[in-house]
Design a binder for this molecule. Structure first.
Ligand SMILES: [Zn+2]
Length: 312
């Protein structure tokens, strides 16, 4: 699931590629009656409005707000949240035709877009083959959203400040000091630390992987109560969060699941997990004989060492 480092990687790389290009077309394969009447391209009528707003516009900027990708247009903004399994890719694409339907493996048939590049291109990775949304660009390349589980959210807004979900976002985890961090988590004094870290209204950018890794590094049990954390521990947590997020950025994100860089290549943070998805394995801390546990904490899975991560 894309978190701060994955979104950061996508934005940094796209910034080098798509600025000042024009949007020449847009296509959506999403169609869900659940979104009827909602400002989301999964509603076919909204998509018509959306397409009318974005086609013909120039891309002036691209940035990150929490886990949202913001594409600044001459008029308004494209807001993309990749959610569970979405990620943006950039390359040469074409719509499949009858000939492809015979050539492609059966599981890829009926899909509408295929990379128009060498089969060695990262864009042919099966994780990149669930294309639900595309934006055609004036340099003949296509920006596509691959999204296996169809949870991603794409919309157009005139002003970012008018968008209800962006308005609620807390400060970005990489942009704050310890004092601010403490102030933010203390908005939920009785909350469980794992749950509070995942709450985007408290702090923007942290998700499941990096929260597990940071709590492990700080030696804090995920079900500890925020107000019971001693100050040296909450300071350690703050530093650990910065450490794991910065490492994630440096390693170009985590591809344990679907996430890929815009060129289709995986990131590398998944090779550096110390706790995430290491259930039943030995703790990697020096002098710790614990094993890694997995537990669902208020609806989200938490991985932690039963021994050195203390409950407060
Ligand atoms: Zn341990």
């Amino acid at each position: 699931m894309p978190e701060l480092p994955e979104v950061h990687t996508t934005v940094t790389q796209l910034k080098k590629e798509i600025l000042n290009l024009n949007i020449t077309d847009s296509w959506s394969g999403y169609d869900s009656s659940y979104y009827l009447g909602k400002p989301n391209i999964k509603d076919r009528n909204y998509f018509k409005f959306f397409k009318n707003k974005v086609v013909g516009q120039k891309i002036l900027g691209i940035s990150r707000l929490g886990k949202n990708i913001i594409v600044e247009l001459k008029e308004g903004y494209l807001v993309i949240h990749m959610k569970m399994t979405g990620h943006l890719l950039l390359g040469h694409y074409r719509i499949t035709n009858k000939k492809d339907q015979k050539v492609l493996p059966e599981k890829w048939q009926n899909e509408h877009w295929v990379p128009d590049e060498s089969k060695l291109s990262g864009l042919w990775d099966p994780f990149n083959r669930r294309i639900r949304f595309t934006i055609s660009l004036s340099d003949k390349r296509t920006l596509v959203l691959s999204d296996v589980r169809k949870f991603a959210n794409v919309r157009w807004v005139l002003n970012l400040s008018d968008d209800p979900s962006l308005k609620l976002l807390g400060p970005d985890m990489l942009g704050i000091n310890y004092k601010k961090f403490k102030e933010r988590i203390m908005l939920k004094p009785n909350g469980l630390i794992k749950t509070v870290l995942l709450n985007q209204e408290v702090l923007a950018g942290i998700g499941n992987i990096y929260s597990d890794e940071a709590l492990y590094l700080a030696g804090i049990h995920p079900e500890s109560r925020v107000q019971k954390l001693p100050s040296d521990k909450s300071e350690k947590l703050f530093k650990s969060l910065k450490t794991v997020l910065e490492k994630g950025v440096k390693l170009k994100g985590d591809s344990t699941s679907d996430y890929r860089q815009p060129n289709g290549q995986p990131g590398n943070f998944q090779h550096h997990h110390r706790v995430y998805r290491r259930k039943k394995e030995k703790c990697l801390e020096k002098k710790c004989s614990g094993r890694i546990q997995r537990k669902v904490v208020q609806g989200r899975s938490a991985h932690f060492c039963e021994k050195h991560q203390k409950m407060f």
